[in-house]
Design a protein around this ligand. Structure first.
Ligand code: DAH
Length: 345
C-alpha cells in the first residue's frame, strides 16, 4: 500500500459523476462493495507492518468516510424520476379511487321527509315491527272481520290468541303507541318498515316502508291537514307543486282523503308516468276518528287531530322516476350507486 494508491482512489472519487440511481449503485459497489477499491485497501491494511498501519490507519478511515459521503451526496442529487428503470414514482398514473358506499334511496327519502317535518315541529316516534292485533287493527277502529286481518294480507307470528302477534302492516300502529304514552299535544312522524302478504311485482312488495304522521291538539281542523300536506308536497317535489284531495275511506280517520300531487314530469299535461291524468297519488290522510282517540284515552270532545301515511318507496319512485319497486330490495350495486351524489349533503 502506498500513498499514491490512496491518492488515486481519492481522485477517482472526486471525479465521480452519476446520472441515475443505477450508476450511483454501481459506484457504491466499485468503491465500497465487497470487492470494491476501498474495501481492498482495508484488506491490504490488515497485512501490513505495524509501522505502516500507524501511517495509513487514519487516512484510510478518512478515505472510507469520503467515499461514503460522495456516494450519499450523489444519490441525494438524483431526482426521483431519474431512476435507471424509469421513474421511481410515475406521477402520471391515475390515483386509486376509494370506493365509498352511498346511502340507500329509501334512506335518503326518509331522511328528507324527516327533515321537512322537523321544520314544522314534528318529532320522530318509533314502534315495534312485531306488533299485536290491538295496536295494528283494533285500536285503529278496524272491525273484527276486516279483510286486512286475514292471513291473506297479514303475516301472523302467533295465532289462536285473542290478541295475536303479527308483523305490522302499517306504521299507523305507532300512532296508537304514541297516544298511549304521550300527553296531548302530540305532533309526530313515524317512519318504519312494514310487511304485507303480497305477491312481489313491479308495483308491490311484501316488505316496504312508510311514514305516518299524527297531530293532536285542541281545534285541529281539516284545513290544518290540507295546509301541512301542501307545504310538505312543495318541499318534497318543488314549489310549483299542486295537490288535490279525493274523498276516501280508512277505518281510523273520518273524513278520509287520498292526496295526489301534480305530475312533476309533464306538469299536468299528462304523460305515461301519471297515466295521462296529470296527477300522482302520494298518501292517505284524514281526521283521526273519535273512536281511535277514545281507545287511547284521549277525549274526542276536547281534542281533535289529523293523521296521514305515505309509502317511502312510492315517494322515491316518483322522485327518481324508478319504475320497478323491486330495484329497492335487490341491492344491485349498479342501481344503488346511481344515488351517490344526488342528495348527499
Ligand atoms: N295506514 C294506511 C296504509 O297503510 C295509510 C294511512 C292512510 C295512514 C290514512 C293514515 C291515514 O294515518 O290517515 O295504507
Amino acid at each position: 500500500m502506498t500513498r499514491e494508491d490512496i491518492e488515486r482512489v481519492l481522485e477517482e472519487l472526486s471525479a465521480l459523476k452519476c446520472k441515475t440511481r443505477k450508476e450511483v449503485e454501481e459506484a457504491r459497489v466499485r468503491f465500497l462493495g465487497k470487492k470494491g477499491e476501498v474495501t481492498a485497501l482495508f484488506e491490504e491494511f490488515r497485512t501490513i507492518d505495524k509501522e505502516l498501519k500507524k501511517e495509513f490507519g487514519k487516512t484510510l478511515n478518512e478515505l472510507k468516510q469520503k467515499a461514503q459521503a460522495t456516494i450519499d451526496s450523489l444519490r441525494d442529487s438524483i431526482s426521483d424520476d431519474a431512476g435507471a428503470e424509469g421513474p421511481a414514482v410515475d406521477l402520471s398514473m391515475p390515483g386509486e379511487s376509494l370506493d365509498l358506499g352511498s346511502r340507500h334511496p329509501v334512506s335518503i327519502v326518509r331522511e328528507e321527509i324527516v327533515q321537512i317535518f322537523r321544520k314544522f315541529g314534528f318529532d320522530v316516534a318509533e314502534g315495534p315491527e312485531i306488533e299485536d292485533d290491538y295496536h295494528v287493527f283494533e285500536a285503529l277502529n278496524f272491525p273484527p272481520n276486516h279483510p286486512a286481518r286475514d292471513m291473506q294480507d297479514t303475516f301472523f307470528v302467533s295465532s289462536g290468541h285473542p290478541n295475536p302477534l303479527l308483523l305490522r302492516t302499517h306504521t299507523s300502529s305507532v300512532q296508537v303507541r304514541t297516544m298511549e304514552k304521550e300527553d296531548v299535544p302530540i305532533r309526530v312522524i313515524c317512519p318504519g318498515r312494514v310487511f304485507r302478504n303480497e305477491a312481489i311485482s313491479a308495483r308491490a312488495h311484501c316488505i316496504f316502508h312508510q311514514v305516518e304522521g299524527l297531530y293532536i291538539d285542541k281545534n285541529v281542523s281539516f284545513a290544518d291537514l290540507k295546509q301541512i300536506i301542501l307545504l310538505f308536497a312543495r318541499e318534497m317535489f318543488g314549489p310549483q307543486t299542486q295537490i288535490r284531495m279525493r274523498p276516501s275511506y280508512f277505518p281510523f280517520t273520518e273524513p278520509s282523503a287520498e292526496v295526489d300531487v301534480s305530475c312533476n314530469i309533464c306538469h299536468g299535461k299528462g304523460c305515461n308516468v301519471c297515466k295521462g291524468t296529470g296527477w300522482l297519488e302520494i298518501l292517505g290522510c284524514g281526521m283521526v276518528d273519535p273512536n281511535v282517540l277514545k281507545a287511547s284515552g284521549i277525549d274526542p270532545d276536547k281534542y281533535s287531530g289529523y293523521a296521514f301515511g305515505m309509502g317511502l318507496e312510492r315517494i322515491a319512485m316518483l322522485k327518481w322516476r324508478v319504475n320497478d319497486l323491486r330495484h329497492y330490495f335487490e341491492n344491485d350495486m349498479k342501481f344503488l350507486s346511481e344515488f351517490k351524489t344526488s342528495t348527499e349533503v
